[in-house]
Design a protein around this ligand. Sequence first.
Ligand code: FES
Length: 173
Amino acid sequence: MIAPLLLQVKAMKAAGNNVTTVLGARTKEFIMMEDEAKAMSDKVYIATDDGSKGYKGLDFLKDLLKKEKFDRCIVMGPVILMKDVSEITKPYGIPTIVTLTPIMIDGMGMCGVCRVTVDGKMMFGCVDGPEFDGHKTDFDQLILRQRTMLPEERLSSVLWEMSGGCKCGRNKA
Ligand code: FES
């Protein structure tokens, strides 16, 4: 979710803020738009799960928050990432906005599939969000709900592979 994050970076910078951007990914191959992030941000940090580029994991954020003052944190990406970052910023009292991507069906607030619990209240990701307070979001419940369709997703993936997979040729070795 680097592209939409950079739109936020651009807007924050245009409003006169000092902006630090952290780009994270599983491996260095998945780090995208680094040059664009550097052009828009005052500082850029890179982190990868395997340490193939930049910091290994997110622990460096704890040191960063001890050294520098931040007024706001905006997180986009996998739910587990948003949960982890929210837990890191909470002791520092840094308002943390997460962009939740629950499973959605109608996208109009009628089916209820996208519901998330925020501050003890049921909210709908599609109409009440997708941005919520990361310190008040029940991430554990959201993670469980995200896994609801895992058996069907796995079956669909197997059937797709059995049918020959992608026909565009980009994924062929
Ligand atoms: S997607 Fe149906 S209520 Fe949000």
